[in-house]
Every structure is written in structure tokens, then in C-alpha cells.
Design a protein around this ligand. Structure first.
Ligand SMILES: [Zn+2]
Ligand SMILES: [Zn+2]
Length: 340
């Protein structure tokens, strides 16, 4: 099968013929239709995340169809028998957990001590086929085709988990208006939140786009919003945005950091944190996040903005992402289904 392979961080992916994998116990072999490119893929390729599997097939927003089903795994009371050959499934970032550590046993499988991650510590979807643990595959809402639905699998899910961590915040700030922010803004507006969007200073085009989507206010991240915020989500991987967001919070407010990687956070006066303000982060996702998000996304309905690329042009997609030159989420069209 064709695969785009990372041999070493900070080098381009190599197009290669590799053996088609065989599904083991509890696994599905999935013929990949589309795979959306996530900022985390850039962090992996650029060597900003420690110890990736090498060589590695990146990609963790995978949409495909079940090609083959492995044996049941009695250890996990596995759910692979619930899938049939030909079913459309989504494969997300969280690819495997042990099910037995203190985190797994307290509904926090996203923090599992031994978790494995698709396209990082196990091979992902920049290839004709991908293996997946059936426990972590999702059925996807029928309203979306394979191209449209792909960005929901990480930008959507991690965005959703970040958003839920803001509780019932009425005035919500969003720092960094990329893929996740675009999706979650739609959900937040649907739920009646007042949105304040912060972009790079002077990025009038993005500010205008946020206002057109329904934001009450949009400005530069060096500006203060007209009113104090009940919560803010920082999606950009820029550490100085954390104290900036903190200083825009009302008492008791929270800053939620939605990314896996961020530059260092500069020091700030304790007075900015005092009065029960909170800084927290989001790591990975749980299956429950996925079930909830795929239930609500088509009701909003959350729309995705995508820019398709052939599998062979994954490096171009990554380069344009890095340079901020994409019009939407890059999606690799690996074996697009006829009806998508
Ligand atoms: Zn665990
Ligand atoms: Zn991701």
C-alpha cells in the first residue's frame, strides 16, 4: 500500500510502498478515504513532541471503511464485532488505552498512563490502510461526507473538550482562530454564548471572518475585550497568550489551554490569578467526548472548511499549514469514496 512515512523529525515525509497491515485481536483494518491534517501532525514532523514511533505514518483524523475485522479480544470485551465490513468509521487521536490504570478506572481514559496515540505512537492515516483498536472507532454522522467530517475528528473533538471545560461561561474568549476555534465558535453561538475572538495583532481578515460568523467582538490578542470574560480558550500554541487571556478574565474565570504543545508561558503578577481564576489544559479525548460531540455537531450543524490534497502532496499540505497559507483544514484525499 502507499504511505507517507516520517523517517526522522524535521525531514519531509517519504512516499513509500509498505506492506498492508493485518488486523490483530480487537482491531479493524480500515481502508482510508480521507485524513485531515492537524497542527499536532506539524508538531510531530517538526520534532516538537518527544519520542514518536519511527518510522511513522502520521495522521489522526481518519475517515474510512472497514475492510477486515480482527479476532475478538476477550481481555477488553472488545467491540469490534459491532462493526461490519464496509461500515464507515472515524479513527481519532486516542488509539489505545490499558483500561486498568487509575485514570482509566475513573473515567479519565484521556490521561491513561499507557495511552497510545494514532499518528504519533502508532501508525496513522497518511496511507491507503490503517489499523485501529475497535474500541476507539466512532460511527460518524450521516449528514457529513468523508471530506467534510474529517476535521471533526480532532479539531472538533479537542475543541469540544476545551469548550466543555469552560462550563457555562456566558462571555467566552477564543485566542487563535484556527480550525478548532472555527468549529467550536459555531457550537458556542448555537448554545447562546457571547464570543470574543482574539487574532494576531492586525489580522483584520480573520477578525472580519469571526464577526461574520457571529462573534460579538474581534480584535488583536494585544487588546483587551470591551467586557471581562467568564472564560477563555487558548488554541494557539503561543505561551504569552496565557497571561494575556488571564488578564482579560472576570473573577472566578478560567483559561483553558487547548493545545498539546505550547511555547513557554512568561511570568505574570499573582494578582492576575487571584480571585479564584484558574488556568487549566486539555489533554487528548475520551470516547464520551466523541459520542457527545458527534451527537450535537449535526444538530448545530457545525460546518467545516476544507482544502483537499492528494495523499502524495502531504508535504505541501504541511508546508502550507506551517506557513499559515491554508484556506481551511487540509484534508488528504487518500481513497475518496465515490459518494463523498
Ligand atoms: Zn489507563
Ligand atoms: Zn489533532
Amino acid at each position: 500500500m502507499r504511505a507517507m512515512v516520517l523517517d526522522r523529525p524535521k525531514t519531509p515525509l517519504q512516499l513509500r510502498e509498505v506492506p498492508k497491515p493485518k488486523p490483530g485481536r480487537g482491531q479493524l483494518l480500515v481502508r482510508v478515504s480521507t485524513c485531515a491534517v492537524c497542527r499536532t501532525d506539524l508538531h510531530v514532523v517538526d520534532g516538537e513532541l518527544p519520542q514518536p514511533k519511527l518510522p511513522l505514518i502520521p495522521g489522526h483524523q481518519i475517515v474510512g471503511r472497514v475492510e477486515e475485522i480482527g479476532e475478538e479480544d476477550p481481555q477488553f470485551a472488545i467491540r469490534n464485532s459491532q462493526f461490519a465490513v464496509g461500515d464507515r468509521v472515524g479513527i481519532p487521536w486516542l488509539g489505545w488505552t490499558d483500561g486498568v490504570c487509575p485514570y482509566c478506572r475513573s473515567s479519565r481514559e484521556n490521561l491513561c498512563d499507557r495511552a497510545r496515540f494514532t499518528g504519533y505512537t502508532i501508525d496513522g492515516g497518511y496511507a491507503d490502510f490503517a489499523l485501529a483498536d475497535a474500541r476507539y472507532c466512532f460511527y460518524l454522522p450521516n449528514r457529513y461526507d468523508d471530506l467534510e467530517v474529517a476535521p471533526l475528528l480532532c479539531a472538533g473533538l479537542i475543541g469540544y473538550r476545551s469548550y466543555r471545560k469552560t462550563g457555562d461561561a456566558r462571555r467566552l474568549g477564543i485566542y487563535g482562530f484556527g480550525n478548532a476555534a472555527y468549529l467550536i465558535t459555531q457550537l458556542a453561538l448555537y448554545e447562546g454564548r457571547e464570543l470574543f475572538v482574539f487574532t494576531r495583532s492586525g489580522d483584520k481578515a480573520t477578525q472580519q471572518a469571526a464577526k461574520e460568523l457571529g462573534a460579538a467582538w474581534a480584535g488583536g490578542s494585544d487588546e483587551m475585550p470591551p467586557e471581562k470574560l467568564d472564560a477563555a480558550i487558548v488554541f494557539a500554541s503561543v505561551g504569552p497568550l496565557v497571561p494575556a487571556a488571564l488578564s482579560a478574565l472576570a473573577k472566578g474565570g478560567a483559561v483553558v489551554c487547548g493545545g498539546i504543545h505550547m511555547t513557554d508561558i512568561p511570568s505574570f503578577p499573582y494578582a492576575d490569578l487571584w480571585e479564584e481564576r484558574v488556568i487549566t489544559s486539555v489533554a487528548n479525548l475520551t470516547r464520551r467526548d466523541g459520542d457527545e460531540f458527534f451527537e450535537i455537531a449535526p444538530r448545530v450543524p457545525i460546518r467545516t472548511l476544507t482544502e483537499p490534497f492528494p495523499l502524495e502532496e502531504a508535504n505541501t499540505a504541511l508546508d502550507r499549514f506551517r506557513a499559515g497559507r491554508l484556506q481551511g483544514t487540509a484534508v488528504l484525499m487518500v481513497n475518496p469514496a465515490a459518494n463523498s
